[in-house]
Design a binder for this molecule. Structure first.
Ligand code: GCU
Length: 492
């Protein structure tokens, strides 16, 4: 993820990867530019001018609208409530006023069984309550992974001895070939790159980012030289300084990021190109599935300590990283950056992005079709879950929730809504013998809350993970360590 490019959307738009209207128009072009004053910008500038759509983009948009309509027809939905306008315009402007940020309470209780009984033991959490929560996310929110998803065969495409800064590294380019013998018309190749220190004496912890391919980033940087990486070591160099390795996983190599793509990618392949049923998986779960396949590869690579793999994702990939961590217990730690609505932010809080934005045609493909029901006829208060329960599914593993500042343009993700979700996940961590955030009081910006197993920090920058990398790595160092040969042998 480019540290200097503040918005994921900007990156995609610059790369010509967005079908116009697919996201920006539907969501009300969410991210106000940095405001000159410290006052919370409730009214931001107009949306940036969009380049004229290409024929390809128009085709994607048309196919997206068709799939979206098909899903609404399946659900018998005539009307959805529109999302909020991120630029503060129109009849339904985004709320950035804390005094108006009401919450539809109560939040669902993660420690109360469907039959109303309280969960008082770890055993009941694991055997009864956790499966209930997973089922709710599967049915109505994120969708079910089909029982038979084709196998992946990993291929090491190249091995390069190179340097990152002063550190000699070995970089492997990997491709995960998904078996498409059932439907040869659909090809899915998972794009993964792994770099480990060349002088490592054994397997090392690895942090895997959900991001863009190196080629794509190089192309962007060439085309837009004004976007320079910020000074100081990159996140990869910070990871290497600890003796760990890093990996880059490209979620869109698993599943395209639009509704049109639901007949392709792993979702399309598993469905033989047919449209989804309302309970089937959306892109967030597909991207998370791909991350789990990367874990499968790491388990076979002697350079990687597969018990010590952490993940990081930002924005929509922050949502996907949280989903991956919730569903795959092998993921040791997570850095969930600016994930916002459908990520770590409480749906029930009326601040920043709202459910109607996610249910719009630019984002609905992230979710199960059933999710649309909660934007009409049902409401957010009817949701059977909320974001704190997605965080709770990560327990007892450490998770770091991160956001930028309102003033620099990250209000859309609702830092406080994510903080409150992290607080509300606390009882589950405590039940499992772990530490919660340590406070229920929203801290001043730049305060690291990293002494528990759920961690939080809001930085003063914009929509970027960059300023929180050092804090995340300080937190992560409590859990991940390069293990010496005798320790490793004892662990086996
Ligand atoms: C939009 C969307 C967010 C998402 C973001 C991104 O702003 O509304 O939910 O996180 O795009 O991924 O860049």
């Amino acid at each position: 993820m480019p540290n200097s490019i503040t918005s994921f959307m900007t990156v995609l738009a610059l790369g010509g990867l967005l079908a116009p209207g697919c996201v920006a128009a539907q969501t009300g072009a969410p991210r106000p530019a940095a405001a000159p004053s410290t006052a919370a910008p409730t009214q931001a500038a107009a949306p940036p001018p969009q380049p004229a759509p290409t024929a390809g983009q128009l085709a994607i948009q048309a196919a997206t609208e068709k799939d979206y309509q098909h899903m609404k027809d399946l659900l018998g939905i005539k009307m959805l409530r529109p999302g909020v306008d991120g630029y503060g315009h129109g009849p339904n402007p985004v709320n950035y006023d804390e005094s108006k940020a009401d919450m539809h309470l109560p939040l669902p209780d993660p420690l109360r069984l469907a039959n109303g009984k309280r969960v008082t033991s770890a055993k009941v959490w694991w055997t009864e309550r956790r499966p209930q929560i997973v089922k709710l996310f599967n049915e109505d929110i994120l969708g079910r992974v089909p029982p038979e998803v084709p196998e992946v065969m990993w291929q090491v495409v190249s091995v390069t001895h190179e340097k990152n800064g002063d550190v000699p590294i070995i970089t492997k380019k990997l491709t995960g070939h998904v078996d498409n013998s059932g439907d040869p018309a659909i090809t899915v190749r998972i794009d993964l790159t792994l770099s480990t220190p060349a002088n490592a004496t054994g397997p090392v912890p690895v942090i895997m980012e959900f991001g863009f391919s190196r080629e794509f980033m190089e192309m962007l940087m060439k085309r837009f030289p004004q976007f320079k990486p910020p000074p100081g070591p990159t996140w990869e160099q910070q990871v290497l300084a600890l003796g760990w390795g890093y990996a880059e996983y490209v979620p869109t190599s698993v599943q395209p990021d639009n509704g049109a793509g639901l007949s392709e990618g792993i979702i399309g392949l598993a469905n033989h190109g047919q449209p989804r049923r309302p309970d089937q998986w959306g892109a967030l779960r597909a991207w998370a599935w791909g991350a789990s396949r990367a874990l499968d590869y790491f388990e076979t690579d002697p350079a990687v300590d597969a018990h010590q793999v952490g993940i990081e994702g930002h924005s929509r990939y922050g949502k996907a990283a949280l989903v991956a961590m919730a569903y795959d217990p092998r993921i040791a730690i997570g850095f969930i950056s600016s994930s916002g609505e459908a990520g770590a932010k409480l749906y029930r809080r009326n601040y920043g992005e709202q459910i109607g934005n996610i249910a719009a045609s630019g984002e609905y493909h992230w979710m199960a079709g059933n999710f649309l029901k909660y934007d009409g006829p049902l409401t957010v208060a009817d949701l059977p879950i909320d974001a704190h329960e997605l965080i709770a599914l990560c327990a007892p593993r450490p998770v770091f929730i991160s956001a930028g500042s309102m003033q620099a343009g990250d209000g859309w993700v609702d830092a406080k809504g994510m903080f409150l979700a992290a607080v509300a996940a606390g009882p589950v961590y405590r039940l499992l013998g772990k530490r919660d955030l340590g406070t229920a009081v929203f801290p001043p910006i730049e305060t690291p809350l990293i002494s528990g197993d759920i961690a939080f920090r809001q930085h003063t920058g914009g929509h970027t993970p960059a300023p929180n990398w050092p804090t995340f790595l300080e937190f992560a160092s409590r859990y991940l360590q390069v293990r010496t040969a005798p320790v490793l042998a004892a662990a086996r």
